[in-house]
Design a protein around this ligand. Structure first.
Ligand SMILES: [Zn+2]
Length: 664
């Protein structure tokens, strides 16, 4: 198992607060040209070692470099996207040092007159919600062109211990070095800067910025100073930061290390340190005090680079809309959240795909959701990028639109999408062949709800006993039985009705036993219509029960009129809901009933039904309580009700049953 990364030396928050880290990044990026910067050799990654070489890039005597125009254009494009000034005149220089990966004994780079200077980019600081406007501008000192060195292969050979193995394929690959101002103050800001820079380089097509293949490399300059100080502390260069996570860890470690040195009255040495990921710390590599003098001088074999304003403008026109601008536009024009916009502009391919889906007619928000939750996940499982998605944006848009317009359910949509990926068929064909059109027919869904209840008697009973979470399970069963075709909302509604019907049935069963009447239970409509309507086989609607959840005057009045209008002598059935039985039970009960009565009086009902959805305890006690309340009602004013009934759950029995009796 890989060794986990140890934490940086921990520093007490109050000590940490005394210091301010100052961070600058130097990024080397390989430019996406087909050939090398000074010769015609291929830059392809992964070819057999030393197959893409020639006398020029091997530095053989008598050869002369010829500048690759495309490399200059790529670097110009990056410079302009990073808001740099691309200079009319720049010049190559020789950077002299001796190392086996540098066959000429010098690297052709730019020194005094770099290609571009004075840019900036805006980063969104991590830890704050995307789009929250927590933006920071980080300056870019310079961007210059240079050639890459060859690659040392230290490991994996039989004589690795005594011999150096060098692959010259990389030697002469065009690089841009992008140096930031020391504007960053936290490891998170450095991370945000590198992420943003990477995204811009990707969008502009300047580089594939693949850290694993080494086409993006990063070194950090880190120093700390007492907070409030204007002087910079001694700077340490940290190398070998070959992943985004390492970068943040290494800077954090280095910041803490330097604070520890200063806290123990030590002196920070100006040096280059190497990040050791396995050990989780930086180690000194070489002291800068003893650094070589590179003896830079203008490269005599190359003419100075001249860039006309016409050329510069031509290159500027090739720069596409950049991530930041695209994010803002997406959020504004497609009604998606800043977070969605952030995710969907992560790469240009993703953003292009999303935009094509919306342009093909899918609603923005739904397209964003379906892409993020379904399409990207499925593609990831297949190991594919969105750019090689087997489903075209137009076909994906068709699927999203079918779900959005309720032609198919979301559950079917997921199935159809998987099949689209597998078979390459369009959504409407798959829907037709498999009969997946959404089931909207109420009677059909009713049947499914009935089936769920019959097949899951135990679960349904638990649900009736108050385990409300089981409704989702039951809906899930119904969706399964309908092969995902039932309209989930309608099914949900139908199952609730089944529940109320079951509760009501047991109530009426008992009521009928006592009264010998033939009441049946039915449910009409949804709020603000009465929740439950009681009807008699002969008389029609005789009463309405309004649950406390829905009871307001308007609803009660509706119920009253509904009942009166149909049979003339209807009654309002009022339910009272109170907390669980305890010491305060009686006052709670009276309070609840009075609250209901205030509304009930104004409706001039003929019956009062006090309905409890839970056991009242001992039936005798409960009857006594209700009787007392009835007395109170009667004593306060002339008794307004012809009859008062109480209904409550009987305790300690398996099935839900209701005790029903007349009090007055
Ligand atoms: Zn070559």
């Amino acid at each position: 198992m890989a060794k986990s990364t140890p934490e940086a030396p921990s520093i007490a928050p109050d000590v940490l607060a005394k210091y301010e880290p100052v961070i600058g990044l130097e990024v080397h990026v390989q430019l996406l040209t087909r050939t090398k910067i000074f010769c015609g050799c291929s830059t392809r990654f992964g070819d057999p070692p030393n197959t893409n070489v020639c006398p020029v890039c091997l530095g053989l005597p008598g050869t002369l470099p010829v500048l690759n125009k495309r490399a200059v254009e790529m670097a110009m494009r990056a410079s302009l996207a990073l808001n740099c000034t691309v200079h009319d005149h720049s010049r190559f220089a020789r950077k002299n040092y001796f190392y086996p990966d540098l066959p000429k004994g010098y690297q052709i780079s730019q020194y005094e007159l770099p290609l571009a200077t004075g840019g900036w980019l805006e980063v969104e600081v991590a830890g704050l919600p995307a789009g929250a406007g927590a933006k920071k501008r980080v300056g870019i000192t310079r961007l210059h062109l240079e050639e890459d060195a060859a690659k040392n292969l230290h490991e994996g050979f039989s004589q690795s211990a005594t011999k150096a193995y060098i692959d010259y394929n990389r030697c002469g690959t065009p690089l841009s070095e992008i140096v930031s101002e020391p504007d960053m103050r936290t490891p998170e800001e450095a991370y945000a800067y590198l992420t943003t820079l990477r995204q811009i380089l990707l969008y502009t097509g300047v580089s594939d910025v693949n850290m694993e293949e080494g086409s993006l490399r990063c070194d950090a300059n880190v120093s700390v100073r007492p907070r409030g100080s204007r002087e910079f502390g001694t700077k340490v260069e940290v190398k070998n930061l070959n992943s985004f996570r390492f970068l943040q860890k290494a800077i954090e470690y280095e910041r803490n290390r330097q604070i520890e040195v200063l806290e123990s009255s030590g002196r920070i040495a100006q040096e280059t340190r190497l990040w050791n990921q396995a050990e989780g710390h930086t180690v000194s590599m070489r002291s800068k005090e003893k650094a070589h003098d590179y003896r830079y001088f203008p490269e005599p074999d190359l003419l100075p680079v001249h860039i006309s304003s016409a050329w510069r403008e031509e290159v500027r026109r090739t720069i596409p809309e950049l991530p930041e601008a695209r994010r803002t536009r997406f959020a504004n024009s497609y009604g998606i959240t800043p977070y969605d916009a952030e995710v969907l502009t992560n790469t240009q391919a993703l953003a292009d795909y999303f935009e094509s889906v919306v342009k093909a007619g899918a609603p923005g928000k739904a397209a964003a959701n379906w892409m993020q939750t379904e399409l990207l996940r499925l593609l990831k499982d297949l190991g594919k990028e969105v750019s090689d998605s087997p489903i075209s944006p137009a076909r994906f848009a068709e699927l999203v639109s079918m779900v959005e317009s309720d032609k198919i359910t979301a559950a079917s949509g997921k199935k159809v999408l998987s099949e689209m990926l597998e078979t390459g068929k369009p959504a409407h064909i798959i829907v037709e062949v498999n009969g997946l059109m959404q089931m909207q027919d109420q009677a059909q869904i009713d049947l499914i709800a009935n089936e769920v209840v019959t097949k899951n008697p135990d679960k349904f009973k638990e649900y009736r006993f108050g385990k409300e979470g089981l409704l989702q399970f039951l809906v899930g069963q119904g969706m399964k039985n309908s092969r995902g075709r039932a309209n989930a909302q309608v099914l949900n509604q139908k199952l609730k009705e089944q529940h109320e019907k079951a509760v009501g049935d047991s109530f009426f069963q008992r009521y009928n036993l006592q009264q010998g009447a033939s009441y049946s239970f039915c449910r009409l409509g949804t709020p603000p219509e009465p929740d439950l309507v009681y009807s008699d086989g002969k008389a029609g609607i005789v009463g309405a029960e309004i649950t406390s959840t829905y009871l307001n005057e308007k609803e009660a009045e509706f119920a009253w009129q509904e009942a009166r209008g149909k049979v003339g002598t209807g009654a309002v059935w009022s339910s009272g809901t109170i907390g669980s039985p305890d010491e305060k039970y009686k006052s709670q009960l009276a309070g609840a009933i009075h609250k209901k009565l205030d509304k009930t009086y104004s409706l001039d009902p003929t019956w009062l039904i006090v309905d409890f959805n839970y056991p009242l305890g001992d039936a005798k006690d409960a009857a006594e309580i209700v009787r007392q309340v009835a007395l109170e009602i009667g004593s306060a004013r002339p008794m307004p009700f012809a009859e008062i009934w109480a209904v409550w759950r009987v305790t300690n029995i398996e099935e839900i049953q209701f005790e029903v009796f007349r009090i007055v």
